[in-house]
Ligand binder design. Structure first.
Ligand code: URA
Length: 195
């Protein structure tokens, strides 16, 4: 079986409101065997337009922090809890998160990363299945069972948080630095600048 079978969702009509608001399904991007898997909330306008997660302003913030940690965006996998843009950029509903959960679980299972990094409150609470005070807990690594497998989940603030609250910048950058440590840990995946 193709190890990435089922990871790319071609067609889905489970969420009526999202089918109406999306122009396309935005699947995860990046290597199928990445050490780091970043999970955001849902696509925004730019992502919906381009068909790739985190390509708008939040994506620029993420790319900068990755570069700062000597990582390239092309070396990490980036996905979202929900693959279709919610209307008016509202948070995905509990039902929408549940409808899309199987796709996310399949992606986590197939990529089998060293660590899953949640970007913001929605993905943290979705994967941990509890309330998360994301600013206070940012940088924490939590052991969670996802579809029968123990996973390490690193909690991170959403990159957009740094745009409206500069004090979150250090927290964000430090957490991405911490995530980068997991690329070196076991696989020896190269960082930029190691060449
Ligand atoms: N914010 C998210 O949570 N996901 C994206 O893909 C873009 C912005």
């Amino acid at each position: 079986m193709d190890e990435m079978e089922g990871v790319c969702v071609e067609d889905c009509t489970r969420c009526e409101a999202l089918v109406a608001s999306r122009s396309r399904i935005v699947n995860g991007a990046g290597p199928a065997d990445a050490d780091l898997l970043f999970v955001g909330e849902a696509p925004g306008a730019r992502e919906d337009e381009r068909g790739e997660p985190f390509v708008g302003r939040s994506g620029d913030v993420l790319d900068d922090a990755l570069r700062n940690a000597r990582l390239d965006r092309g070396d990490v996998r980036i996905t979202n809890c929900v693959r279709c843009r919610p209307p008016d950029n509202r948070d995905p509903s509990t039902e929408e998160l549940a409808n899309c959960r199987g796709y996310l679980e399949t992606e986590i299972d197939r990529v089998d990363p060293e660590i899953v990094v949640t970007l913001g409150k929605v993905p943290a609470e979705h994967l941990l299945q509890r309330d998360v005070a994301v600013t206070a807990e940012a940088g924490d690594v939590v052991d969670v069972e996802i579809e029968g497998t123990r996973r390490q989940v690193l909690l991170c603030v959403h990159p957009a948080a740094t745009l409206y609250d500069r004090s979150q910048e250090d927290t964000f950058v430090d957490t991405i630095e911490k995530a980068a440590d997991y690329t070196d840990a076991e696989s020896g995946q190269s960082r930029l600048g190691d060449w």
